[in-house]
Design a protein. Structure first.
Length: 405
């Protein structure tokens, strides 16, 4: 791409042009970083691939919740790629298309019309909360009875909250709000023209990552409480009171990860935690796990662990098969991409390609002016239905608070 085109176009206007022209696009910011990244797939449709991190080209993966062995994952190729700072200044760019490709004119042509909304319009909640709360709490009670009978040890029950915008919101504006509000989260927006959907969110949970040095990472994240006290002040992480229910819920996730390591005979892993971490308006318990794949001569570890981990007990339950069966029988709405995974694959940074996949939590599906918020709660024998409902409300507020300010 010529330097003239680079200087004339801002990264966000290119995103808007891609959406208007029907080209798949993804924009994201990794946790604890300030630079943003954007890719556009010039094919005009989203491919479905099996997740093989060693073989896939540079791109962005999006998986549904139901995706055994990660064999049916949406994949956006990085035909156009930009990395830019928080002010929109281009830091790096890569273009795999010729100037004569149709996408080039659609994205950079002088005659293209790009709407400049740059706002998040008023929003209202569509569904009556009382009826859904009654359903949710009854379902939680049903799950507790199944746990007491020994059907499963833990299950994650999810719900939705439907909202409607007065007009279609500006995704870059919302994306920037999320970046500012949640610096420790993975913030992303993905446009899938085949589904006519944009998924946007700020998730705290890393599923699988492999950096340029071959260091594999994953986390066990579970347990939830407000990050603020009753007077609105941020709690100190060292003072966070965790109940036995929450401690056991997080420990189950950690034991599952260690079980996956044992299954593939990986013993040389580093475990740190659990510790209390802040994710926006919430606190969680988190343990971090890392493996040096180069020292082990196991470059396929990322792919192998991805297939073993998804869906984790943090979004499904244990044992996974019986928990998933309960979810499919009792949740009235399909999860679609909620609690799947998403993130950049083989994006070249200093030193080599990196892959960072996160669990798709604290997210919203946007279809025109209609939005759907998703939230789930991990249930154990010690769960209290009303408290679990409150937990899902707090999780929905991660996005809703930014939409209504």
């Amino acid at each position: 791409m010529s330097s003239t085109v680079q200087t004339q176009q801002t990264s966000y206007s290119v995103w808007q042009a891609a959406v208007q022209a029907g080209y798949p696009a993804a924009i994201w910011r990794l946790p604890n970083r300030t630079d943003r990244e954007l890719i556009i797939d010039a094919s005009g449709h989203v491919s479905t691939v099996a997740m093989d991190l060693e073989e896939l080209p540079m791109g962005f993966a999006v998986s549904p919740f139901l995706n055994p062995e990660a064999e049916n994952t949406f994949f956006l190729k990085a035909d156009f790629y930009w990395r830019f700072d928080e002010n929109g200044t281009i830091l790096a760019t890569e273009n795999k298309m010729s100037d004569g490709h149709p996408a080039f004119d659609a994205l950079f042509g002088k005659d293209r019309a790009v709407p400049k909304i740059e706002t998040v319009p008023d929003v209202r909640i569509v569904e009556p909360g009382d009826n859904q709360q009654l359903w949710f709490e009854k379902s939680v009670s049903r799950a507790i009875r199944q746990i007491e009978r020994g059907t499963f040890r833990k299950v994650v029950l999810a719900r939705t909250k439907a909202i409607r915008f007065e007009e279609q919101p500006d995704i870059p504006t919302l994306f920037n709000r999320l970046c500012s509000a949640y610096p420790n989260a993975f913030v992303s927006a993905v446009y899938l023209p085949d589904l006519n959907q944009v998924w946007i969110g700020a998730t705290p949970e890393r599923l699988v990552s492999v950096d340029a040095d071959g260091i594999f990472r994953t986390v066990a994240l579970a347990g939830t409480q407000p990050a603020f006290d009753t007077e609105g002040r941020t709690k100190r992480t060292m003072d966070a009171p965790w109940t036995q229910k929450e401690i056991e819920e997080q420990a189950l996730v950690g034991r599952y990860i260690i079980g996956c390591f044992k299954k593939i005979r990986v013993r040389e892993y580093l475990e740190e935690g659990p510790k209390t971490v802040i994710a926006g308006n919430l606190m969680h318990l988190r343990s971090d796990y890392s493996v040096d794949t180069q020292a082990l001569n196991f470059p396929q570890l990322g792919t192998v662990m991805l297939r073993l981990l998804h869906p984790t007990s943090a979004v499904c339950g244990m044992p996974r098969e019986t928990a998933q069966e309960f979810i499919l029988e009792n949740e009235p709405q399909a999860r679609e991409l909620y609690s799947g995974f998403l993130g950049p694959v083989n994006i070249f940074r200093s030193g080599g390609p990196e892959t960072h996949l996160f669990v798709n939590l604290r997210c919203m599906k946007l279809e025109g002016q209609e939005g759907t918020l998703y939230a789930g709660a991990g249930l154990t024998a010690d769960s209290v239905p009303a408290k679990e409902w409150r937990e899902t409300e707090l999780k929905c507020d991660t996005l809703l608070s930014l939409l209504t300010k």
